[in-house]
Design a protein around this ligand. Structure first.
Ligand SMILES: NC(=O)c1ccc[n+]([C@@H]2O[C@H](COP(=O)([O-])OP(=O)(O)OC[C@H]3O[C@@H](n4cnc5c(N)ncnc54)[C@H](O)[C@@H]3O)[C@@H](O)[C@H]2O)c1
Ligand SMILES: CC(C)[C@H](C(=O)O)[C@@H](O)C(=O)O
Ligand SMILES: [Mg+2]
Length: 356
């Protein structure tokens, strides 16, 4: 089985190295091949998603991705910015279903900024549509404002859009996922204002007819943001569009103690996937050896489960993560009094040692 390793920028290489260490310790014969992506791709090959990197990702059975982005590339034309690499991979590989499970490990109840009673036992699954919405809609750009009080000035614009089939397929993913959980789906939209999301609501309601054993609730995104911090445990599966899902999943990350704890799977229709932590390249802490590698290590576990058919190995990794947390080991982002502060590498080593 071939796994493409795309470390990227900032903390990407540091955290990916820990996940690779864990994968290599499983005793499987995976073929791991690395390639440049993001700012690293631009620096070495003049493009954030070099041809060779895309070809490797397409040929591999699964992709493990670190993170991309660096402020020093923010003034490049958009097509050459590091973030285009992850957007391009999602589009090119057809990875429309982004699963972001927000689980609070009991040991981290005190690490969350929310009261322990609000978050303890938290286990929600955010399903974010990943290849549509305002992220990819056209036209977009900067043009002359045609009318109104600002006519003649420049205006920036993007296009929010969803095709029926795009909504249907992500709704099916959500209802099917809910069947393996508590059978409840909250579809998050902005149907009160946006045509795109009234359409979203209508289509999700229609798909739901095939899943009468699953409870469906619709919620506006502003309320959902509030409910996520008020009573997050009330959610089971949340399904939403690309942009709302991006924002809500970062908010949900803090329920788990840190954004460094939130893994993700981005899947195509056949469960081929790209696996990455939900966070970014964290330039503010890059190179310091203090980034939390657990979201990436847990993403590797999701890869074993969803794309490589190795559920027992995924369990081994997840159990090892539970063990190191029980041992009291914490990177600074989840550190509390009475626990032991460790760096990125030590955390990776501890997970390797805890593999049963
Ligand atoms: N999928 C991706 O590759 C991805 C995702 C999000 C952001 N980005 C990019 O990353 C760059 C930085 O963006 P940002 O600062 O808005 O978001 P970020 O997620 O990189 O960082 C936000 C905050 O969380 C902290 N943080 C993130 N991951 C951490 C970890 N594993 N351990 C400890 N702390 C962690 C950072 O130090 C920072 O304070 C930008 O260029 C952005 O476009 C990339
Ligand atoms: C870097 C950026 C393009 C990306 C997104 O917005 O999807 C990131 O925030 C994420 O959550 O993976
Ligand atoms: Mg994001």
């Amino acid at each position: 089985m071939k796994i493409a390793i795309l470390p990227g920028d900032g903390i990407g290489p540091e955290i990916t190295a820990q996940a690779v260490k864990v994968l290599n310790a499983l005793g499987e014969s995976f073929e791991l091949e690395s390639a440049d992506v993001g700012g690293a791709g631009y620096a070495a090959h003049g493009h954030p998603l070099p041809q060779g990197t895309l070809a490797l990702a397409k040929a591999a059975d699964a992709v493990l991705f670190g993170a991309v982005g660096d402020y020093k590339y923010d003034s490049l034309e958009r097509a050459l910015r590091p973030e285009q690499a992850i957007l391009g991979l999602r589009k090119e590989l057809g990875l429309f279903a982004n699963l972001r499970p927000a689980i609070l490990y009991p040991e981290l109840a005190g690490a969350s900024t929310l009261k322990p009673e609000v978050v303890s036992g938290l286990d929600i699954l955010i399903i974010r549509e990943l290849t549509g919405d305002i992220y990819f809609g056209k036209p977009r750009g900067v043009r002359e404002c045609p009318d109104g009080p600002f006519a003649g000035q420049r205006e920036g614009f993007d296009t929010m859009r969803y095709a029926e089939g795009e909504i249907r397929r992500i709704a099916h993913v959500a209802f099917q996922a809910a069947r393996k959980r508590d059978r409840r789906v909250t579809s998050v939209d902005k149907a009160n204002v946006l045509e795109t999301f009234q359409f979203w609501r209508d289509i999700v309601t229609d798909v739901h007819k095939e899943y009468q054993d699953v409870e469906l609730e619709h919620m506006y995104v502003d309320n959902a943001a509030m409910q996520l911090v008020r009573a997050p445990k009330k959610f089971d599966v949340i399904v939403t569009g690309n942009m709302f899902g991006d924002i809500l999943s970062d908010a949900a990350a803090m329920l788990t103690g840190s954004i460094g704890m939130l893994p993700s799977a981005s899947l195509d229709a056949n469960n081929k996937g790209l696996y990455e932590p939900s966070h970014g390249s964290a330039p503010d802490i890059a190179g310091k050896g203090i980034a939390n590698p657990l979201a990436t290590i847990l993403s590797a576990a999701m890869m074993l489960r969803f794309s490589l058919g190795k559920a027992e190995q995924a369990d081994r990794i997840e159990n090892a993560v539970k063990k190191v947390l029980a041992q009291g080991l914490r990177t600074p982002d989840i550190y509390e009094d009475g626990t032991t502060k460790v760096g990125t590498e030590q955390m990776g080593d501890a997970v390797v040692n805890a593999l049963g």
